[in-house]
Unconditional design. Structure first.
Length: 380
């Protein structure tokens, strides 16, 4: 088996993450913050230790680190939390449905509207396209740190400057960027939402919302927080305000082990390794006229993934053929139809080559042979 679907979720997980998850299920069985007995307090301390690691990694205060179910959950908390009546939002034209759908849903009520900024290969032009859409009602810019379809990295630091000047909240979908890009609140991002199970190498069912605290967010879920139990109103303090009910305790603890793993490897080394494998793959198949690539070169300003298609095969059909040979990749539209429309693959989707820190050069060379072989059997 050669697993190349790491943009969906990384696999395998690091041994320390697996060990941490197992230990949490055995040693930390109390409900954190829900009792005063020793087991509950030990569990709460283990969760807090993980919260500290996440805070340090993204440059947040520990209390402003909210554990969520996934990145989609985090984005819904941020997007629907920032909305006020008649607010205006701006997103990019390559957004995942985790941004597009909640933004579109909010536009059906309270006079909320949104605009879509055109992205280009020129970062300054992209920023100008966002800036031209700002009006007096603009409440937030929500955009991906990097496209999960093309790998394109958006200029968040430059967008942060115009947001700060106009007191607009900048919300980043970091699902595809966290772990391979340096993303910190000190870059001017107000809220970072990310998955725990992708580039952070944590378990599925984990995510994060990290905020700099400059924008108050409404709640979309209320309930028991283990604090202020005599009050009928949801607490204002974070993270309690957004962690109603029992969190995924073992997942949160294991996510801390994932952060430790990234810090040990460093984002720079992980990016360099994965980028070199993407470059190898791209350069070895670009001369094959049966293989469709969507950029003239494999550019450095992308997170490590390569979309492609084989001959006249539907992307899902080709992915199934690869799967039968033991190569696991995702074909289709990757929950980001807007990005596929921009790339020109709205009718057939694409196959996504996405290595991880554990992917080897030999595995990629084996896959390249399989691509050429299937390409020979297809027609253009």
């Amino acid at each position: 088996m050669v697993y190349l679907d790491n943009a969906a979720t990384t696999y395998p997980k690091p041994i320390p993450v697996i060990a941490s998850m197992s230990r949490a299920m055995v040693d930390y069985g109390g409900n954190p913050g829900r009792a005063g007995h020793k087991l509950s307090m030990e569990t709460a301390q283990a969760v807090f230790n993980s919260r500290l690691k996440c805070a340090e990694f993204f440059g947040a205060e520990p209390e402003n680190v909210v554990f969520t179910l996934n990145c989609t959950h985090a984005l819904n908390l941020a997007i629907k939390g920032i909305i006020t009546p008649s607010a205006h939002l701006i997103i990019s034209d390559i957004e995942h449905n985790a941004v597009l759908r909640p933004v579109h849903a909010t536009s059906k009520e309270n006079g909320v509207s949104y605009s879509i900024a055109r992205t280009t290969n020129d970062d300054d032009e992209t920023v100008r396209n966002f800036e031209k859409l700002i009006n007096s009602r603009t409440k937030a810019i929500i955009c991906t740190a990097a496209s999960n379809v093309t790998g394109k990295i958006l200029p968040l630091k430059k967008l942060a400057i115009i947001c700060r000047e106009r007191k607009i909240c900048l919300i980043a979908d970091a699902a595809q960027g966290a772990g391979v890009l340096k993303l910190r609140l000190s870059d001017g991002i107000n809220i970072i939402c990310t998955a725990g199970h992708k580039g952070l190498y944590g378990p599925m069912g984990t995510g994060l919302m990290l905020t700099d605290g400059k924008f108050r967010l409404k709640t979309i879920i209320e309930g028991g927080t283990g604090s202020f139990s005599k009050e009928i109103e949801q607490p204002e303090v974070l993270p309690d305000r957004f962690e109603s009910g029992t969190i995924n305790t073992s997942g949160a603890i294991a996510l801390g082990a994932g952060i430790d793993f990234i810090k040990e490897k460093t984002t720079e080394r992980i990016y360099k390794h994965e980028h070199s494998l993407c470059e190898l793959f791209y350069n070895e198949i670009k001369q094959n006229n049966k293989i469709h690539l969507y950029t003239d070169t494999y550019e450095a300003n992308r997170v490590p993934l390569v979309p492609f298609n084989v001959g006249n095969l539907e992307s899902s059909e080709a992915a199934a053929l690869f799967s039968n040979q033991g190569f696991y990749l995702r074909g289709g539209f990757h929950c980001a139809f807007s990005a596929h429309k921009k790339m020109g693959t709205q009718s057939i989707g694409a196959i996504r080559f996405a290595p991880s820190v554990f992917t080897t050069r030999n595995e990629v060379l084996l896959f390249i042979k399989a691509v050429h072989k299937i390409g020979e059997k297809s027609t253009n």
